[in-house]
Design a protein around this ligand. Sequence first.
Ligand SMILES: C[S@@+](CC[C@H](N)C(=O)[O-])C[C@H]1O[C@@H](n2cnc3c(N)ncnc32)[C@H](O)[C@@H]1O
Length: 242
Amino acid sequence: MRDMVLLYGEEFHRAWGAVVPAIRTGTSGFEHAFGTSLHAYLRDEPDAGPRFLRAMNAGNVFFPEAAAAFDFTGARTVVDVAGGSGLLLSAVLQAHPHLTGTVFDLPHMLPVAERHLGATVEAHRYETVAGDVFDKVPAGNDVYLLSRVLQDWDDERCATLLANIREAMEDTGRLLVLERVVATDGTAPVLPLLWDLHLLMAAGGRERTLAGYRSVLGAAGLRLESVHPLALETSLLVAAPA
Ligand SMILES: C[S@@+](CC[C@H](N)C(=O)[O-])C[C@H]1O[C@@H](n2cnc3c(N)ncnc32)[C@H](O)[C@@H]1O
């Protein structure tokens, strides 16, 4: 929680200070305030990446629920794409002892995942792989996890990274997306709407409606198969090859 308070009180407070130009232009408040994107800042500023991941951990109470919401019985291998802290993969591997898994992320983030996985999962059951999701992701695995990643990118970037996942997946594979879904039926849960604004300020990203997720998945050759509600107004979206 300490790191969340520091991140929101410092970097994200400054990003929100640029709310007017961000809303006028659609470019992130963070870029207006810092002259660089959030992810470039996390790469270039000493300790900013690990601090950001520790802050993300304050809002991940739904990871164990996500591990239980999908039937992993027929799967053997799981890749957490842009898996950050490794805590989602750790929750999945702890809940399903027959699985092995990979955290895939940018190189400066992997030490955090290695620390968390090393403390919770047997060494032979996981690995970490450095790479860029806009280039390619590890191929031939049964289940791909994508948690709180699409939220940071516009539709075009999402279609690119999703197409890379689709290319890496077997035809029998599944992609599990964890995101907030903006309601269109008048029930209006408040977090997705507030987070939609926050994501514009922090990363130039957005929350999407179910139709929005269907659209970016469809552009990458994937179809939405099912939706499972999780805590904190988050959803698990299961996608399959179209
Ligand atoms: C909002 S965090 C989500 C982390 C984790 N999936 C979770 O739910 O806690 C976004 C993650 O995307 C990673 N990321 C950003 N750009 C990336 C890229 N080009 N290739 C791979 N990972 C990237 C970041 O390093 C970070 O770990």
